[in-house]
Design a binder for this molecule. Structure first.
Ligand code: NDP
Length: 300
């Protein structure tokens, strides 16, 4: 049996379409244009690609995009001053500071300087607390994208056993919180977990967010389970030519697809959903800022 492939690229396109519809209504009915500011410090090539894609997709859905590129040696005080200006700017509804930041800058201090209502990455300590206590929060984009795909596939997640492998603040922990909020029975596994294989085999929903290429083989997957592979790992691909590489997830797709009921591929699964959810969070932030009803289906 071969699993249903959850097509994150197609799913992300429908999310962007929904967002674009809300943006045009906001513009026509309320004369409001949502705005997303993205701040990049330094010239890390991977971060530059992310920021370019974010800006492009922001404009494509009809929002305003404000890009701020600062040199690598920007003093922390200057970055904090920029964040304060963006916090105060009524045209900016969402602020994202691209991570990682250069070593001389205190990441936590910068993230916690962002106005929580504009914190479209959901990393501000207030949003972390709101999510943990089941209150209305800005939710981190990658776990939000995973949740949307799971809800679309299962309908109701209540009572399902969910295992999240990885306990980072940006993926594993918020993912577990969201699954708990949808009444899953949640286990968080990590590098010290004993008999990870057995833990994974108990999962109706298995979310892998580790960063280790193909570490979860098919025989760790419960037959019929839904597998969400967040991992993005580059491995050598000599079959494509000398020095070439390809992207793989944390799950060994070829064996897992034989056992799972549904699975996200890498690439083309969780990845495309992350930027789509950033746009969804920006429209949510804009509606909240203007006391307008939030768009349905785009929030947790
Ligand atoms: P982190 O490195 O912050 O966290 C990795 C987690 O995996 C840690 O909690 C660690 O446990 C756990 N871990 C490490 N080794 C093992 C092991 N052998 N067995 C079980 N658990 C283990 O990574 P992130 O959460 O930031 O990212 C995870 C992956 O997701 C990466 O591949 C990243 O590139 C990808 N990613 C993808 C995104 C997307 O848009 N698709 C967005 C964000 C991330 P411990 O805490 O004990 O060390």
């Amino acid at each position: 049996m071969s699993a249903k492939i959850i097509d994150g690229k197609a799913f992300a396109a429908t999310v962007r379409e929904k967002v674009a519809g809300h943006v045009s209504r906001l513009r026509e009915v309320h004369n409001i244009v949502p705005g997303l500011a993205v701040v990049l410090v330094g010239d890390d090539p991977a971060s530059e690609v992310y920021v370019r894609n974010k800006g492009k997709q922001t404009l494509e859905v009809g929002m305003n995009s404000y890009e701020h590129k600062l040199p690598e040696d920007t003093p922390e005080a200057d970055l904090l001053a920029l964040v304060a200006r963006l916090n105060a700017d009524p045209a900016v509804h969402g602020i994202l500071v691209q991570l990682p930041l250069p070593g001389h800058i205190d990441e936590e201090q910068v993230l916690n300087a962002i106005e929580p209502a504009k914190d479209v990455d959901g990393f501000h300590i207030l949003n972390v607390g709101l999510l943990a206590t089941g209150q209305k929060a800005m939710v981190p984009c990658t776990p939000l994208g995973c949740l949307m795909m799971l809800r679309a596939h299962h309908g109701n997640l209540s009572g399902l056993n969910a295992v999240v492998v990885g306990r980072s603040n940006i993926v594993g922990k918020p993912m577990a919180q969201l699954l708990l909020r949808d009444s899953c029975t949640v286990t968080i596994a990590h590098s010290r977990t004993k008999d990870l294989a057995a833990v994974c085999r108990g999962a109706d929903i298995l979310v892998a967010a580790v960063g280790r290429a193909q570490m979860i083989p098919g025989d760790w997957v419960k037959p019929g389970a839904t597998v969400i592979d967040v991992g993005i790992n580059r491995i050598p691909a000599p079959e494509k030519g000398e020095g070439k590489s390809r992207l793989v997830g944390d799950v060994d797709f070829d064996s897992a697809v034989q056992v799972a009921g549904a699975i996200t591929p890498v690439p083309g699964g969780v990845g495309p959903m992350t930027i789509a959810c950033l746009l969804a969070n920006t429209i949510t932030a804009c509606c909240r800022a203007n006391d307008l009803p939030e768009p349905s289906g785009l929030t947790a």
